[in-house]
Ligand binder design. Structure first.
Ligand code: ADP
Length: 193
């Protein structure tokens, strides 16, 4: 199985690269942002609680996203692999993911981090906000808040995988296909380990 963590700040291109990786490796896409937005759209209690935090650019509690990932892993037991997009976003989430995968006799193959600096991220997100309809992409202050939340709570997750020898950084600025090729190269290397 190929279990890939796609890592990077909001606007780094995780969604774009996920689509290409799914097409190539036939992975099941697990995006906690998308899962939370479906809960909001369905008007569930979980969705309502998450929305007030997401509207402020703050992370939702670990147990909420871990519970959603747990259900999806159970629902997709015959999948050839998973791509984790926007998860894990804290070190406790990374530990919980390792524990859940161990139950299924699986493990993370590698984490690929897309590296993009903050001014470029803000530009990309404001431009996405003009068409995506996502309220959290339409306000510069909120975008900066999300990047700050990322720098404080999510950056340590890179160290978590690096300690396991499973961290690969890729320059997230440039041609989409070239970035994709660079990711595939890292995946091939990790599969040979
Ligand atoms: P982006 O990476 O563009 O900020 P996402 O769609 O991944 O967007 O997430 C949108 C929001 O959903 C985040 O700002 C956060 O509030 C919440 N969220 C998504 N994934 C997680 C997670 N793993 N842990 C906590 N909160 C999350």
């Amino acid at each position: 199985m190929l279990n890939l963590v796609l890592f990077g700040p909001p606007g780094a291109g995780k969604g774009t690269q996920s689509e290409k990786l799914i097409a190539k490796y036939h992975l099941v896409h697990l995006s906690t942002g998308d899962l939370l937005r479906s809960q909001i759209a369905a008007g569930t209690e979980l969705g309502q609680r998450a929305k007030s935090l997401m509207d402020q650019g703050i992370l939702v509690p670990d147990e909420v996203v871990i519970g959603m990932i747990d259900s999806k892993l159970n629902e997709n037991q015959t999948a050839p692999g998973f791509i984790f997009d926007g998860f894990p976003r804290t070190v406790p989430q990374a530990q919980a993911l390792d524990d859940l995968l161990t139950i299924h006799d699986e493990r993370i193959t590698t984490m690929v981090a897309l590296v993009v600096e903050e001014e470029e991220l803000t530009r990309r997100l404001l431009s996405r906000g003009q068409t995506s309809g996502r309220p959290d992409d339409q306000n510069e202050e909120l975008i900066r808040r999300r990047v700050k939340e990322y720098n404080e709570k999510t950056t340590p997750v890179a160290g978590y995988y690096s300690n396991q020898g499973k961290y690969a950084a890729i320059d997230g600025v440039g041609d989409i296909n070239n970035i994709f090729e660079a990711i595939c190269h890292k995946v091939t290397e990790a599969q040979q380990d």
